[in-house]
Design a protein around this ligand. Structure first.
Ligand code: RB5
Length: 154
């Protein structure tokens, strides 16, 4: 699977571990950094890069990591067609794909331990949207909210 990974200074070095493991598992990774957690930077910049790769179809899913995961999720969810899930447990990780067709996973490197973060990432990557009618119906409603927002901004 093609996966974009981005992290601000608060998400480093968890991003390196995620990338290492996903590459070892055979996934094709676009690595947007950061590779230097000592330099303060801004999570929206990474959310934009990862989100745009998801929007364009360059990758199938993205993983964003910041200190809490919250800022990354807020920023990524501003992008049309991006459904970013902040997950701190494996149930939410796979259900966010199976039911909500989420295409970006957000992790809080200062909130959860490395091994739990890796289990969450594995669960998210392995899960697939079930495509059931009730989930499609709900996603259509989400898309309608997004379209109404865009026309307001218009
Ligand atoms: C950076 O200090 C921190 O604010 C950021 O990584 C993230 O946690 C924001 O939600």
């Amino acid at each position: 699977m093609r996966i974009a990974v981005g992290a601000d200074h608060g998400g480093h070095p968890l991003n390196e571990r995620v990338i290492e493991e996903l590459r070892a598992a055979g996934h094709e990774i676009t690595d947007f950094g950061t590779h230097d957690g000592s330099q303060p930077d801004d999570y929206p910049d990474y959310a934009l890069k990862v989100g745009q790769d998801v929007q364009s179809g360059a990758v199938e899913i993205g993983i964003l990591i910041c200190g809490s995961g919250v800022g990354a999720a807020v920023a990524a969810n501003k992008l049309k067609g991006v459904r970013a899930a902040l997950c701190g447990d494996t149930y939410s990780a796979h259900q966010s794909r199976e039911h909500d067709d989420c295409n970006v996973l957000c992790l809080g490197a200062r909130v959860i331990g490395v091994e739990l973060a890796m289990e969450i990432a594995r669960a998210f990557v392995a899960a697939r949207f079930t495509g059931e009618e009730r989930h499609r119906r709900r996603l259509m409603k989400v898309a309608e909210i997004e379209a109404a927002r865009d026309s307001e901004l218009g």
